[in-house]
Design a protein around this ligand. Structure first.
Ligand code: IMP
Length: 429
């Protein structure tokens, strides 16, 4: 099965970075297909922590080729900064092993300014975006006036960039937001785009050929299913397609390659969300602090990109079944099981009460979650430290029961469990 698609099965931050890092050891090509530097994938190797926002996290394995697909939106200053920090950590970054699709769209400082201005204009109804310009960049893409990676190779790119910044200033003015200094922004931006031209390369044919040769392509999704533009908790979503089928359009692959694909859903053992929007199983108070952590550790529940404390809650079996359906998940990977050690009992949502009815599925999608009250099963917890466990039989019985309940609610097998931030704190079933 040469195509593996790794997607977040929840609201992002499921720990995909470390899972991709683990799976990339077997991959030939690692490819990102959606989103931009709103994502933050943390990879820990020994005492070094890599926080990657744009470059596929599998690049830290020296044998891989990394691809940034046409479905992405790229902010060049973040990209060049990431290249520099990876290089200084000894990771080779060269046109031979980093390929950026000419169809990937550019995020500009104007998109960032517009993102902030639009959030301010939403007043009490703000989405809580990461402020990285994601929405405005995809708006320009859909309006067919975006700037793309291919454009950085064209001699009149500077002029087109200045025209785009001037146009954005008109909108910023209407929104009552400060306008940009077009010349200063353009010059600074061009310094970051000019070194990128050598990395721009058609990736669709390259990926298809790699799959035909039997090479392993690992498609790395950013954000999570419930933040998908079409299938998430709209309008509290991101502006890209995050679900597994988007790996095909976001990389230029045809349907035939998906026939034997492993579609892997990464599921945190509890649930988190950043930003506004419905969250039926959310908890507050002491239990929230316990699940979130203090922020002292890099794996505590604070945003990798924005540092915001994440909202936390119990695992939601209904939303998980939904994620299995819209992604076509073939297997699950459970992360952060160790965080639940020490709890007396663990709740898991198995149904919703809606207007005097009990429902077990979301036939209409997650649009109207505010009307849903979660119904829980309460399972006994375990007290043992499980961070050293490396096989199923060494897990406490109650941890096994919890995992079995997740798999039965999702009707999907669990193939891997991670119990800590280190590369080796993971085992396969
Ligand atoms: P945007 O993607 O910056 O437009 O933000 C839209 C929504 O998606 C907000 O609720 C963000 O908090 C959320 N979001 C975007 N990227 C991520 C991510 O990588 N992890 C978790 N939430 C994210």
């Amino acid at each position: 099965m040469p195509l593996m698609i790794v997607v977040g099965a929840q609201w992002g931050d499921e720990g995909k970075g470390r899972i991709v890092d683990y799976l990339a050891a077997r991959a030939d090509v690692v490819a990102r297909y959606n989103g931009g530097d709103n994502a933050g994938h943390t990879v820990t190797i020994g005492d070094r922590i890599f926080r990657l926002h744009l470059i596929p996290s599998g690049i830290v394995h020296p044998h891989t080729v990394a691809v940034m697909g046409n479905g992405m939106v790229v902010f060049p200053p973040t990209l060049t900064e990431e290249m520099t920090s990876l290089r200084s950590a000894g990771v080779a970054i060269a046109p031979s092993r980093l390929h950026i699709s000419p169809g990937a769209h550019l995020i500009t400082p104007a998109h960032r300014a517009l993102d902030r201005a639009m959030e301010t204009a939403r007043r009490g109804k703000a989405i809580g975006t990461t402020g990285r310009g994601i929405g405005p960049a995809y708006m320009d893409k859909a309006a067919r006036r975006g700037l793309r990676m291919a454009d950085v190779l064209v001699p009149d790119f500077g002029e087109r960039l200045r025209a785009h910044l001037q146009e954005a200033n008109r909108t910023l003015h209407l929104l009552g937001a400060p306008e940009l200094d077009v010349e200063a922004e353009a010059q600074a931006y061009l310094e970051h785009t000019s070194p990128l031209g050598v990395y721009v390369r058609e990736v669709s044919a390259e990926l298809s050929q790699a799959l035909q040769r039997g090479q392993m392509v690992l498609a790395e999704g950013a954000q999570g299913t419930l933040l998908d533009l079409d299938h998430g908790t709209y309008p509290f979503v991101t502006s890209s397609s995050t679900v597994a089928p988007a790996a095909l359009t976001g990389l230029g692959l045809g349907l035939s390659v998906s026939r034997d694909a492993r579609v892997i859903g990464v599921v945190k053992a509890f649930l988190t969300r950043v930003g506004a929007g419905p969250f039926p199983t959310e908890v507050e108070g002491e239990m929230a602090e316990r699940l979130r952590g203090s922020g002292a550790n890099p794996w505590d529940e604070f945003g990798t990109t924005t540092g915001r404390p994440r909202r936390v809650g119990w695992l939601d079996g209904i939303l998980l079944r939904y994620a299995v359906r819209v992604n076509g998940l073939t297997e699950l990977i459970i992360t952060k099981l160790d965080i639940l050690s020490g709890l007396e009992t663990i709740k898991i949502c198995t149904a919703y009460a809606v207007h005097n009815a009990t429902i077990y599925d979301l036939p209409g999608g997650p649009d109207d979650l505010t009307a849903c009250t979660p119904l829980y099963e309460e399972l006994p917890g375990w007290q043992e430290d499980i961070t050293h466990v490396r096989r199923w039989s060494d897990l406490p019985k109650n941890a096994q029961r919890y995992l079995e309940r997740i798999a039965s609610l999702a009707e999907t097998p669990i193939r891997m469990v991670s119990l800590g931030p280190e590369r080796e704190q993971i085992f396969e079933l």
